[in-house]
Design a protein around this ligand. Structure first.
Ligand code: SAM
Length: 331
């Protein structure tokens, strides 16, 4: 199920849990250990993600009569249009996962793209899937930490990050690095995970939801939308547009619907509460039979807690996974 050996997997699960144990590790320590945290997280969950999500690991607003995957692709096209992606352009995809958005957007808009990812396991999958799609001449990948981008100044015509920059321990530092590798006038757009104005840090339930999302999704600390705006400005970008897209689409099909079981189908089963219980029970049995490594069930447990946190955060509108920011490097 994962490329880690059984013992490595078990150790990784317990180290990851320790990093998220408030008694043992503070938020500052988590930020300090961010690359371990994120890498361990994606080593553990990528196979689960691919099973439930396909090759694009993000959410999207959705209309009533729209299929789950069609909505994901529409959300990717929205970003591409805002970036004005076109043939002859060279873009960078920051935190590219297994490359689903990079491949789709490059096919749709005709530009070249370099996907950056710190997780070697995901990059292995990304390269394989890109080869299979015959896109290897235009879609390439670099194994790198987006906090330290290994590109010359002014290399790219556009940059984007889809639900990935939330993993950065210091956004100003990260965005400053992105600005350095962009050409003057180039656009940078993100879909960010963020807390909204409805989040109340004094409310224990809100704090519990925030914690479930952080632990279940490999995040050091969730930021408020205003902190994200400030980070763009502090890094020297000109902010062109900001919008929480969580309210787009139809109210009957909110972005978190696929986690509630509201769109039940065979292919959506792993994302739904029923499917999650089935998977969880099956993993429990497989773990007892030693067919999957010790700790697999724990990963499934915290992914389930994360899904509950995401739904609760979405329903109370205190959290969004699609805070859209479009910015440009001054000319
Ligand atoms: C939720 S996934 C989104 C993936 C992709 N953007 C998509 O929509 O399919 C977040 C991605 O960010 C990557 N990531 C997190 N921290 C990173 C870092 N410091 N440097 C590079 N990639 C990072 C993870 O490995 C993962 O691929």
């Amino acid at each position: 199920m994962t490329r880690l050996s059984s013992n490595e997997f078990t150790d990784t699960v317990s180290e990851y849990r320790k990093l998220h144990d408030d008694g043992a590790t503070s938020s500052d320590e988590r930020k300090g250990a961010y690359s371990t945290l994120v890498n361990q997280y994606y080593d553990l969950v990528t196979d689960f993600y691919e099973m439930a999500w396909g090759d694009s690991f993000h959410f999207s607003p959705r209309f009533k009569h729209e299929k789950f995957y069609a909505a994901l692709k529409r959300h990717e096209r929205f970003l591409g249009r805002k970036l004005r992606l076109a043939p002859q352009m060279k873009a960078v995809d920051l935190g590219c996962g297994v490359g689903g958005p990079a491949r789709y957007m490059a096919s749709h808009f005709g530009h070249d793209v370099v996907g950056v990812n710190a997780n070697a396991h995901q990059l292995g999958r990304a390269r394989k899937l890109t080869q299979k799609a015959g896109l290897q001449d235009r879609v390439s990948f670099a194994e790198a930490d987006f906090m330290n981008l290994p590109f010359e100044d002014g290399t790219f015509d556009a940059a984007y990050g889809i639900e990935a920059t939330c993993h950065a321990p210091d956004r100003v530092k990260m965005f400053s690095g992105v600005k350095r590798i962009l050409k003057p006038g180039a656009r940078f757009a993100v879909y960010e995970w963020a807390l909204t104005d409805n989040y109340d840090g004094n409310d224990p339930e809100h704090r519990r939801i925030k914690k479930e999302i952080e632990e279940g999704d490999g995040l050091p600390d969730l930021a408020h939308t205003s902190e994200i705006d400030h980070a763009f400005e502090a890094a020297g970008f000109e902010v062109l547009e900001t919008k929480d897209l969580a309210g787009e689409g139809d109210p009957e099909t909110p972005w978190y619907q696929s986690l509630t079981g509201g769109d039940f189908s065979l292919s959506s089963l792993p994302r739904t509460p029923v499917g999650r219980v089935i998977t969880n029970n099956a993993l429990n049995v497989l773990q007892k039979l030693r067919l999957v490594p010790e700790g697999t069930k724990q990963v499934s447990d915290f992914l389930n807690a994360a899904a509950d946190g995401l739904v609760a955060g979405g329903e109370r509108k205190l959290f969004t996974p699609m805070y859209f920011v479009l910015a440009k490097v001054p000319d």
